[in-house]
Design a binder for this molecule. Structure first.
Ligand SMILES: [Zn+2]
Length: 253
């Protein structure tokens, strides 16, 4: 195998071609140790040549000298090898990220725990607590001192964060995210109060409440389908959120 160290005088012509290593995508510069495939005349960093198993074009021969002039042609472009390597790294990263995503069963489990607790308190303690209980539900993804309000999510040790930054949610993000279940419930509580206030006010409130409930019920049905399609729920999609296990977050901090 012939390795050449690029010299500013000796390899001036070659250096002006600003060749790109097909594997790393880096431009070959003065001081680089390079190897040239005897078959296709492509230039590689010696490390890239080793990475290829000391072979290219199904052969191991290398050029004993750097040619004084070669056509630039495809050497200037990043090769298919470069893109397939970058692409496979990308796929590995993507797989690692997906491993940290929370499964449909966990997510459904967490929301069922929260809803069951709300139901238990409602029936066993007092119905008058329901405005408070549904307000809690709306705020369940709000994180205070590193812990979200959701008891179900804490038990399952995951949390909802922003997709890119992995920032924890503010109170209004939590309210918006949980609106499909929480708002119709809260609205129906207040429509009962509205009837006490005046019948016509209560009636119009109920109409608005029913409309709201209908829209959110449709969202919920689609959400359940999306969760099991291992996809993002509508609100997560709209707000660019994801559910991740807390362990990795702690490691990052
Ligand atoms: Zn070759």
């Amino acid at each position: 195998m012939h390795i050449h160290q690029l010299d500013p005088q000796k390899h001036e012509t070659f250096l002006t071609q600003a060749r790109i290593d097909p594997i790393t995508g880096d431009t070959l510069v003065v001081g680089d140790k390079i190897v040239l495939c005897a078959e296709c005349k492509s230039a590689f960093h010696s490390d890239s040549w080793a990475y290829l198993g000391n072979q290219h074009c199904n052969q191991t021969r290398t050029l004993p000298a750097i040619p004084q002039s070669t056509s630039l042609g495809h050497f200037k472009k990043r090769s298919a090898e470069y893109y397939s390597r970058v692409n496979s790294n990308f796929k590995i990263n993507e797989t690692l990220q997906n491993l940290n995503l929370v499964s449909a069963g966990h997510r459904l489990g967490a929301v069922l725990i929260d809803l069951t607790l709300i139901g238990l308190i409602y029936y066993m303690v007092s119905e008058t607590l329901s405005p408070l209980l549904w307000t809690y539900f709306l705020l369940r993804d709000f994180t205070y001192k590193g812990r979200s309000f959701s008891i179900g999510k804490n038990l399952m040790s995951f949390e909802v964060v922003e997709e890119q930054s992995e920032n924890k949610l503010t109170w209004w993000q939590s309210v918006l995210r949980n609106a499909p279940i929480g708002i119709p419930q809260l609205a129906s509580v207040f429509s009962a109060y509205a009837y006490n206030f005046s019948y016509s006010f209560g009636n119009s409130f109920r109409v608005a409440d029913n409309l709201l409930s209908a829209i959110f019920t449709i969202i919920l049905i689609i959400d359940v389908i999306l969760i099991f399609g291992n996809n993002k729920r509508i609100m997560d999609r709209a707000m660019d959120l994801k559910s991740i296990f807390k362990t990795r977050n702690r490691r990052n901090n």
